[in-house]
Design a protein around this ligand. Structure first.
Ligand code: ADP
Length: 189
């Protein structure tokens, strides 16, 4: 079973690319950000806990996120996995390794969408106008970048060391053109 992590900074295009490649491959797909936004919308306990954290641009606790991922993977253990927005800390990456190991699913493979920070900011501000996500305002975006630099960038290093890391240019070209490169990579993984 394949375990694909679609990795990248906020605005890199993980959600957009996930939607395109899911038309081609039969993945069990999870976006931790999307789940959290749904929890907020539905006013659940988890949503209440997560809302302020997300609106500040900070990360939700590893324990909550790992619990979520664990039940998702267990429930989809017969399928290839596409993870979007997880792991976001080295602790989450280590927990994922353990989960995959215990289910004998083999190693995770990371595909990073690489995009320059200025371009990311422009994309997110544009998305703010269209989608109105509460965490897409300049101040919160800056904090999300800070969190990325402080906690999430290390996840790429973790997989570079361990093996199973590949990056593609997520900046130049249309989403469709980028997806062609991504699909090429996925076909070899
Ligand atoms: P983006 O990649 O554009 O920042 P996401 O939708 O992936 O957006 O995540 C939105 C927010 O949800 C994050 O800023 C964070 O607060 C929370 N979140 C999502 N995934 C995780 C995770 N794996 N660990 C901790 N917090 C997370």
């Amino acid at each position: 079973m394949r375990n694909i992590i679609l990795f990248g900074a906020p605005g890199a295009g993980k959600g957009t690319q996930s939607a395109i490649i899911r038309e081609k491959f039969d993945f069990a797909y999870i976006s931790t950000g999307e789940i959290l936004r749904n929890e907020i919308k539905n006013g659940t306990e988890l949503g209440k806990k997560a809302e302020e954290i997300i609106n500040r641009g900070e990360l939700v606790s590893d324990d909550i996120i790992v619990g979520m991922i664990k039940s998702f993977i267990s429930a989809n253990n017969n399928k290839d996995l596409l993870l979007d927005g997880f792991p976001r800390t080295v602790k989450q990456a280590e927990a994922l390794d353990e989960i995959l190991n215990s289910l004998q699913r083999g190693e995770a493979k990371v595909v990073e969408l690489e995009v320059n920070k200025n371009v990311l900011m422009q994309r997110l501000l544009k998305r703010a106008e269209i989608e109105g996500r509460k965490d897409d305002n300049e101040q919160t975006i800056r904090e999300r970048f800070n969190q990325y630099d402080a906690k999430t960038a290390a996840v790429a290093e973790y997989y570079k060391k361990k093996g199973g890391y590949i990056s593609i240019d997520g900046e130049h070209g249309t989403p469709q053109e980028i997806s062609v490169k991504l699909i090429e990579v996925l076909e070899k993984l």
